[in-house]
Design a protein around this ligand. Structure first.
Ligand code: GDP
Ligand code: IMO
Ligand code: MG
Length: 422
């Protein structure tokens, strides 16, 4: 009956995993619709921390069904490692983790191609996660991909043909590699996949909707990394925006209800590419240190800066966001002043509209607000919010023309405050 979508509005790592986990009890099914193991979604509860890459973040709440949709790209070896670790930590998932037969498989040679293309780009490299995401989606679009459903047929032949194509490309690039070990793990991953329900998830989801069940779609990456609307070419290779949930799960657009857009109270980016509000000073270092801004998958240091309302307005527009969720508010607890970028100055001209390109000289124009300078991490209700924090929220809501429904004040499941509204 109802499909809500939760997705990132910035350059990823906004805290999607945490909020999906918090919201899961309200839904019957949680489904990932795009991306793959480039994602790293962190959840913390009962003193434990988990990082999920391909498995949806609804897996820890009771016996809810979780679906890996057709829009996802799956690496069987990484999936096996992730699923086995979860099962070993007391979270059985075999029967309730369903995988679309139409999801595409990331092959070992896709990973090699990812590395080879990055090396060929030199200084212009994207700074990918190295998980083979771009080459796998490239094969999908050029109609050369392998799908999960292929493992139910004459898989060795299909695999050999696809691998030979990749070998030709790598040979033409004079790229040296050895996949002997990872190929073994990968084949073990293929066998492991057979133990899971491999489904036609578009039918499954639509049948559930007919029986008044509700679905939460979990986005990966963020809108600024979207293949169409992100800071191209420094983006990922899928549609991370709301419409990706329709194509990545087989859900009709008119079934979408709430669109939850997640943002940090500031902004981060990992990998290359433009980032107008990036800070190269001690303020940036402070955000990085207090926010523990290191990639959950690659461990890379995340670049940090102030919140960018020009980019956020654009993200809200292309996603049709109905509710905002603001994460990591606590990271700003000790700041005397907080800045928010309200416009860009490009070639001497001010604009509040996100431009075609943000490469080159983009000068952020900031509004300054007083910080709240108190510890928010133990707060449990909005009644406890300091006046300056309420002012920050009101300012953002007015600028972004969208209500902030949830505020997160720490990494734990319990450090989540829902605001009073409809
Ligand atoms: P995702 O990819 O969007 O799921 O986000 P990541 O898990 O990559 O990065 C978010 C990081 O921030 C994780 O380490 C979370 O544990 C942490 N986190 C989430 N919400 C909060 C919060 O409100 N405050 C603080 N301090 N950390 C948070
Ligand atoms: P979650 O879901 C942050 C970035 C990479 C690189 C670019 C392309 O945890 O928010 P790719 O490997 O996808 O081809 O890399 O996208 N990137 C992410 N940055 N969070 C992510 O996922 C990301 N997934 C990819 O750093 O700049
Ligand atoms: Mg992440």
């Amino acid at each position: 009956m109802k499909v809500d979508v939760l997705l990132g509005l910035q350059w990823g790592d906004e805290g999607k995993g945490k909020v999906v986990d918090v919201l899961t009890p309200r839904y019957d099914v949680v489904a990932r619709f795009q991306g793959g193991p480039n994602a790293g979604h962190t959840l913390e509860f009962e003193g434990q921390k988990y990082v999920l890459r391909s498995i949806p973040s609804g897996i820890f709440q009771g016996d809810k069904v979780n679906i890996i949709g057709n829009g996802v790209v799956l690496d069987p070896a990484l999936f096996k490692a992730e699923a086995e670790a979860l099962e070993a930590s007391g979270h059985p998932l075999r029967e309730r983790l369903h995988i679309s037969k139409k999801a595409h498989l990331i092959m070992p040679t896709h990973r090699v191609l990812d590395a080879a293309y990055e090396a060929a780009k030199g200084d212009a490299k994207v700074g990918t996660t190295g998980k083979g995401i771009g080459p796998t989606y490239t094969d999908k679009i050029s109609r050369n991909g392998l799908r999960v459903g292929d493992i139910l047929g004459d898989f060795p032949a299909i695999y050999a043909k696809a691998k030979a194509r990749h070998e030709e490309i790598l040979k033409s690039m004079n790229y040296e590699y050895d996949i002997t070990e990872i190929e073994k793990e990968w084949m073990a991953g293929i066998e492991y996949l057979r133990q899971f329900p491999l489904v036609d998830s578009e039918h499954e989801i639509n049948n559930l909707l007919k029986t008044e069940k509700s679905v939460l779609c979990e986005g990966a990456q963020g809108t600024m990394l979207d293949i169409d609307f992100g800071s191209y070419p420094f983006v990922t290779s899928s549609n991370t925006i709301c419409s990706g949930a329709c194509s990545g799960l087989g859900i009709a657009p008119n079934k979408i209800g709430n669109v939850y857009g997640i943002m940090k109270a500031y902004c981060t980016r990992v990998g290359s590419g433009p980032f107008p509000t990036e800070l190269f000073d001690e303020v940036g270092d402070k955000l990085c240190t207090l926010g523990h801004e290191f990639g959950s998958v690659t461990g890379r240091k995340r670049r940090c800066g102030w919140i960018d309302l020009v980019a956020l307005k654009y993200s809200i527009m292309v996603n049709g966001v109905t509710h905002l969720i603001m994460m990591k508010s606590d990271v700003l607890d000790t700041f005397e002043t907080i800045k928010a970028c309200v416009a860009y100055r490009i070639n001497g001209v001010e604009t509040e509209e996100f431009p075609y390109s943000i490469e080159g000289e983009v000068e952020p124009i900031y509004a300054e607000l007083p910080g709240w300078q108190c510890d928010m991490t133990k707060m449990t209700s909005e009644d406890e919010f300091p006046e300056e924090f309420n002012n920050y929220i009101t300012f953002l809501e007015e600028e972004l023309e969208c209500p902030i429904k949830i505020v997160s004040v720490g990494p734990d499941r319990d450090q989540t405050i829902e605001r009073y509204m409809e």
